[in-house]
Each structure stands twice: as C-alpha cells, then as structure tokens.
Design a protein around this ligand. Structure first.
Ligand code: AKB
Length: 315
C-alpha cells in the first residue's frame, strides 16, 4: 500500500484509521473522503475530499486524481439505521460498494471493505460461530453485508482484484462515536458512566454479542492488508473478535472503577431483535491461522483504557 483512498473517513472507524495510516504511510499518502466535511477534517491532518460514494463518476475522479493504489471503502449505513431506512441502505451499501469495486478494478487497486457479524442470522450456529457456515441474515444490513462479501469474492475470482475483508463485531472507541448500530450501547455506556454514573440499556440483560476495541480493529485492517496473498485461503470476509459480553457484564466491569454506577433497562424492540438474530460469540481461528490475527485488549483492559481516555476527554 503506497497511496490509500478511504471513504467514510469521518465515521467511527475512518476517523482513527486515517490518523493511524497517515502515521505509517505518510500524511500525503492517505486521502480521506466523506460525504460531508466537519471541522475536524482539518484535524485529521492531510488531504480531504468530499465524496458521495453513490456518485460513480466522482469516485473515479478522486481516485484518479490522487493515483491511489489501495481503496478502503468504509462508507455505509449501520444495522439499526438500515432497518429503518432499508431502501436507502440498499442504495448506499450496495451501490457504493459496486462503484468502489469498479473503480478498484479500473485502477488496479488493492481493496478492503468491512463486513460484520450481521452476515449471520437466526439459523447460524450461535456459539463459536465458524468461519464457513450458514449465512441467512434477517436484517437489511445483513443482506447487504452477505451480498457485499459475495460481490468482493466475485471481483477477486473474475477480475483478479485483490479484495479482502473482516467481519467486525461491535467496535468500541474513545475517539469517535458510532452511529446507527445495534452494538453502540457498549460505547454509550462508558460516556454515561463517566458523566452520570448510570445508563439505560436498549439491549436486554443476557443478550451476548461479540465486541472489539478500536486499536485491535485498526491493527487487524492493516495486518490483513499487508498479509502475504499466497497465505489467504479466505478473503471476504474473516471472522474477527476480541470478547463477547452481555450488558450486565460490561456494567460490572465499569463498577470496578465507578462503584456507584447504576444500570437500568429500556429495551428497544428493533435493536433487540437484530441483536437476537446475531451470534453470541464467533470463532476467529481462521483469521489467526491465515494472517496472524491477534488482539491486545479484553473487556478488563478495554474498560480501564476507555475510562482513562474518556475521563480526560469529558472533564
Ligand atoms: C452494528 O451494530 O450495526 C455494527 C456491526 C456489528 O456491524 N456495529
């Protein structure tokens, strides 16, 4: 990777990935794009372009202008928003991805796009979900992500495009907030714990989902993209996870640091139904075997770091 284009750069993953990649590959070699510009676009410290990924011509122009050799396509609607706006989700998640793949094919770029635990559904084995298993999701987001995995594999087999992807669990970060996801509660809980010592969870007690701390997710993207292609049997996409917990377990961990922290439940039926259709825990063995996936943070270490970083930020 020498010159990278990142879409959705102001989103939860993009904000930190742009900064991390600029540190590794050089500020001028990471082109950040998003549909809107925020003041902190400047803070990301490098080239920024407005780009609507559903505009194929504009996508081509930006990629050509900067002569990129890698595309990291992050722009997408997350699960809960996709469920309330399914047509927009299809148009953006599938239309944007198809444009991205066409640009990558034309310019012979390496390609990464995130998939999700949302590719699984109620008929998938719920515990230790294998890499290769039933994928019959019941959400629009899941339908988009499975179709996206297949489309990326198609471009690899048909055109020899170097496409790679990760099935991300809920991602937790102290830098940028997620938006419109089902796993977002596991980020919001830390903000509420610090500011009000209480949290109302929209996910019911006992509902397990996989999660990962953002520094591990960023390393996973870069390590997968730098991995030796001859070692990859799978491509789109790899199961990756760092932990699986239910709301009460993250609350107990927070109580180790904030003893008066209180948790109540006000379950959101749409998000709860999505969460229940997903696995309780997935198996990341194949990612470990094929490209050395590893993590540095479990629930305890992540909680310490989140409270420390957010404590400083929210003062
Ligand atoms: C979401 O909740 O939609 C995302 C995901 C697991 O893909 N965080």
């Amino acid at each position: 990777m020498e010159r990278v284009l990142i879409t959705g750069a102001l989103g939860q993953i993009g904000t930190e990935l742009v900064m991390k990649m600029r540190g590794i590959y050089g500020a001028d070699n990471v082109i950040a794009t998003d549909i809107r510009k925020r003041d902190d676009a400047v803070v990301l410290g490098g080239t920024f372009e407005i780009l609507d990924v559903t505009d194929k011509k504009a996508y081509f122009e930006v990629a050509r202008k900067y002569r990129v050799d890698t595309i990291i396509h992050l722009a997408a609607l997350l699960s809960a928003t996709a469920e309330t706006k399914p047509i927009l989700a299809w148009d953006l998640n599938m239309g944007g991805l198809l444009n991205a793949l066409e640009v990558a094919k034309e310019l012979e770029c390496k390609f990464f796009t995130p998939s999700s635990i949302g590719v699984f559904g109620p008929t998938t084995p719920k515990n230790n979900t294998p890499q290769d298993t039933i994928q019959r999701p019941t959400t629009m987001y899941g339908v988009n992500k499975v179709s996206g995995e297949l489309l990326c594999d198609y471009y690899f087999h048909k055109y020899g495009l170097d496409t790679r992807g990760l099935r991300f669990p809920g991602l937790i970060s102290s830098v940028a907030l997620p938006g419109g996801g089902t796993t977002d509660y596991a980020v919001e809980i830390y903000y509420e714990a610090i500011e009000n010592a209480k949290f109302s969870s929209y996910i019911a007690q006992g509902t397990y989902m996989d999660m990962m701390y953002m520094p591990d997710a960023l390393d996973a993207i870069i390590n997968l993209m730098e991995a030796d292609a001859t070692k990859l049997v799978h491509r789109n996409s790899f199961n990756v996870t760092a932990m699986s917990f239910e709301p009460n377990e993250i609350a107990s961990e927070i109580r180790q640091h904030i003893p008066k922290f209180k948790m109540e439940y006000n379950v959101d039926p749409v998000k709860q139904a999505i969460a229940e259709s997903w696995p309780d825990s997935i198996d990341a063995t194949v990612a470990k075997e094929e490209w050395g996936f590893k993590i540095a943070y479990d629930l305890k270490e992540m909680t310490e770091d989140m409270l420390l970083k957010l404590g400083g930020k929210l003062k």
